[in-house]
Design a protein around this ligand. Structure first.
Ligand SMILES: NC(=O)c1ccc[n+]([C@@H]2O[C@H](COP(=O)([O-])OP(=O)(O)OC[C@H]3O[C@@H](n4cnc5c(N)ncnc54)[C@H](O)[C@@H]3O)[C@@H](O)[C@H]2O)c1
Ligand SMILES: O=P(O)(O)OC[C@@H](O)[C@@H](O)[C@H](O)[C@H](O)CO
Length: 381
């Protein structure tokens, strides 16, 4: 039996990753989380059910798992004994994970394969930097996967999950040769692969969730199918697709097909998802390497219209302003626009900052009746 620890027993950590190991049958699975209430439920039930959105797969009943609180003796021992450690905590939490790994890897001789299942352009590198800062000396390698599977928790149940029937499991093949998961696909230059995902799938996800949020939509599929937001997505892709083709040096067909797959997924109302969930962690998502600012810069560099991404940045700031202090969202210590400028090393009088501030004010001016394209069109290119 191989031993696997998943740090972060949330939607992806409990609802996506374990099914590969469970179905393989040769893994002993341990879930570790810092959320006491969640670990208590997992310890009490030792099982939960994964349901699938499109009725295209029978529910999967996961059982026989162990669950421990982060930093507990049991979690440290499980990491010490593990062949694999997966993380699925949100990239912004990888520093805390490195501290847990330090205890678990202390004195360990056996090699540990660590794999991040996080969004970001290179979460493996982020984790490695944190581990180096912690002074961890151990035999380990860090690989990554990219999660194309949408997963939500079923809040009316104790632990159950609703997810896509997704077997596509790309992994960073510059770090490891193979992994015995169904659907495992080796990918070289994983940062390029993740950038493509973040700048296409997640750029659209950012647009839908933040525009959906400021327009008052709770459900993601409703926002994606709103005519105003849907047209905004089409307009964005008219400029973004050719820019990404050139940026990644890929064919028109390749990028268009990738973007259309993303569009189809986002508009699929069977995939129940929420704008609050997809908009979470706006601090991470407003950062310079992420889904808003990187596509914006690529559009600028290709002399294309980037106003839509400026609007998305403004909508993300509204989300942050209104949701600070809720669900672990950090408090804004300065005004939204000052915070945005600090995150992206921009001057307050730069064109981007001025434009984002303009869109922010327009959203706030008519807060309950936001029309995305009308506001964008009210500002010349
Ligand atoms: N849910 C999805 O549909 C989806 C899709 C694609 C990518 N992802 C990525 O998967 C990762 C996890 O997302 P999620 O939706 O499962 O989030 P989630 O909030 O459902 O789960 C994250 C879990 O990590 C735990 N956690 C946070 N910091 C921790 C720490 N230091 N130690 C132990 N546990 C910790 C939290 O308590 C929580 O239970 C993110 O990087 C996200 O970008 C999720
Ligand atoms: O918002 P994040 O990046 O923490 O988590 C990602 C998901 O909620 C979602 O954005 C998916 O990555 C997206 O649906 C992929 O197609």
């Amino acid at each position: 039996m191989k031993k696997a620890v998943v740090i972060g027993a949330g939607q992806t950590g409990r609802g996506y990753l374990p099914r590969f190991m469970f179905e393989n049958g040769n893994y002993e699975i341990t879930l570790v989380d810092k959320n006491k209430a969640l670990i208590q439920l997992l310890q009490e039930d030792q099982a939960y059910c994964i349901h699938f959105y499109s009725k295209d797969r029978k529910p999967l009943y996961i059982h026989g798992i162990h669950a421990y609180l982060s930093d507990s003796e049991e979690a440290t021992k499980a990491i010490y004994e593990a062949n694999y450690v997966f993380t699925s905590v949100g990239e912004q939490n990888l520093g805390d994970v490195a501290r847990q790994l330090k205890a678990g890897l202390a004195g360990k001789k056996k090699k540990t394969i660590i794999m991040t299942a996080e969004n970001g352009i290179n979460p493996g590198r982020v984790l490695k930097q944190h581990m180096q800062e912690e002074g961890i000396v151990a035999e380990y390698v860090i690989s990554m996967t990219a999660v194309f599977c949408s997963t939500v928790k079923l809040d009316k149940t104790r632990l159950d999950i609703l997810s896509m029937n997704e077997y596509y499991f790309p992994f960073d093949a510059d770090a490891i040769d193979t992994i015995d998961f169904e659907g495992a696909i080796p990918v070289h230059d994983f940062e390029k692969f993740l950038k493509r995902k973040i700048y296409t799938y997640n750029a659209l996800a950012g647009l839908i969730s933040y525009c959906g949020y400021v327009k008052g939509f709770e459900v993601y599929g409703d926002a994606a199918n709103d005519p105003d937001i849907s047209k905004t997505m089409d307009y964005l892709l008219e400029d973004l697709n050719p820019s990404l083709e050139d940026y990644f040096q890929i064919t028109k067909e390749d990028e268009e097909e990738f973007a259309q797959r993303a569009m189809k997924k986002m508009k699929n109302r069977d995939i129940l998802d929420f704008n609050i969930k997809n908009g979470r962690a706006p601090k991470r998502k407003l950062g310079p390497t992420e889904r808003i600012m990187s596509p914006m810069k690529i559009l600028m560099d290709h002399h294309r219209d980037y106003r839509i991404m400026e609007f998305v940045a403004a909508a993300a700031l509204v989300y942050w302003q209104e949701r600070q202090g809720l669900n672990n969202e950090p408090m804004l210590e300065k005004s939204p626009i000052e915070t945005f400028c600090e995150l992206n090393d921009l001057d307050m009088d730069s064109k981007i900052a001025q434009d984002v501030q303009y869109y922010y004010e327009q959203i706030m001016k008519n807060r309950n009746h936001v029309q995305v394209l009308d506001i964008i069109d009210s500002k010349a290119e």
